[in-house]
Design a protein around this ligand. Structure first.
Ligand code: NDP
Length: 286
């Protein structure tokens, strides 16, 4: 079988182009979306993500403000900045790039961001809303995956979906979004007894593990849609996913590449959330 490549770069470009037009219209009504990105320390991967987010903002016409703090920043200083951004009416969305340097409490920072400006949708209040299915913001990576699944042409309803990984930022919300679309969802993790067997059942397989090429060809059912969230930098600097791409592509009906699959979609969804935050905050819904 020759798999359809789910081109996240192209789909994200389409979404960003639509957003650009929406932002132009909003500006005429006085709504100016603005994203504040907080980065602490000098993690090289985080710097690249922040730069890409800034470029996407520029493309969409969203104002982006970067707050780069030194690694020695204290919890108190970081929380004070978040508080200032929460109270700044010109800021629509706030994102604090994770991971934070050792000694800083990520959970406290996530909790400090106003749910109305929480464009990552990590705040417990937004997580709860996602669980209930009545949400303002969807978490960016799982939302991007749903767009790519839609792109594959498969209807999730009634399909067997297997999500490998149960992190709060990807695996768990991913499972919930598939459930909302009436998928029959299995969540696998490091204690799953026979991972390959579980994966082989999947009509839709989402890998969000962080282990290079863990999902081999023998884990993929013939005709499945395979979504690879993983972004793993090898020692030789090559970026690979959690799925052994060429083996899986021989069996899958559709598959995402790494890079160029889920990564760009995550950023497009962040832009979408920022525009939504600007609208919601301007109408006083939040
Ligand atoms: P975490 O490390 O938080 O979670 C990894 C999950 O994988 C855990 O639930 C863990 O299980 C499970 N796991 C680990 N090893 C195995 C194994 N051998 N078999 C089965 N399950 C296993 O990672 P994230 O969710 O934050 O990220 C996952 C990947 O996605 C990473 O490569 C990350 O870089 C990438 N990522 C990509 C994004 C994008 O935009 N493309 C955005 C966010 C993340 P347990 O809970 O039992 O420990």
């Amino acid at each position: 079988m020759s798999a359809k490549i789910l081109d996240g770069k192209a789909v994200s470009q389409r979404i960003k182009t639509e957003l650009k037009a929406e932002v132009e219209k909003l500006k005429q009504t006085g709504i100016k979306p603005a994203l504040a990105v907080v980065i602490v320390g000098d993690d090289p991967a985080s710097k690249i993500y922040v730069r890409n987010k800034k470029l996407a903002c520029e493309f969409c016409g969203i104002k982006s403000l970067e707050f780069a703090l030194p690694a020695e920043t204290t919890q108190k200083e970081l929380l004070a900045l978040i508080e200032r951004l929460n109270n700044d009416n010109t800021i629509s969305g706030i994102l604090c790039q994770l991971p934070l340097p050792e000694g800083l409490d990520e959970e406290a920072v996530i909790n400090a961001i106003s749910p109305a400006k929480d464009v990552d949708a990590f705040h417990p209040s937004n997580v709860g809303k996602i669980m209930i299915g009545n949400f303002d913001f969807l978490p960016c990576t799982p939302a991007g995956v749903m767009e790519l699944i839609a792109e594959s042409g498969i209807d999730v309803s009634g399909k067997k979906c297997v999500v490998v990984g149960r992190s709060n930022i990807v695996g768990k919300p991913m499972s919930m979004l598939l459930l909302h679309k009436n998928g029959t969802v299995t969540i696998c993790h490091s204690r799953t007894k026979d991972l390959a067997k579980e994966c082989r059942e999947a009509d839709i397989l989402v890998a969000a593990v962080g282990v290079p090429e863990l999902i081999r060809g023998d884990c993929v059912k013939e005709g499945a849609v395979v979504i690879d969230v993983g972004m793993n930098r090898l020692e030789n600097k090559k970026l690979v996913g959690d799925v052994a791409f060429s083996e899986a592509a021989e069996k899958a009906a559709a598959i995402t590449p790494v890079p160029g699959g889920v990564g760009p979609m995550t950023i497009a969804m962040l832009m979408k959330n920022t525009v939504k935050a600007a609208v919601l905050n301007s109408t006083g819904k939040n």
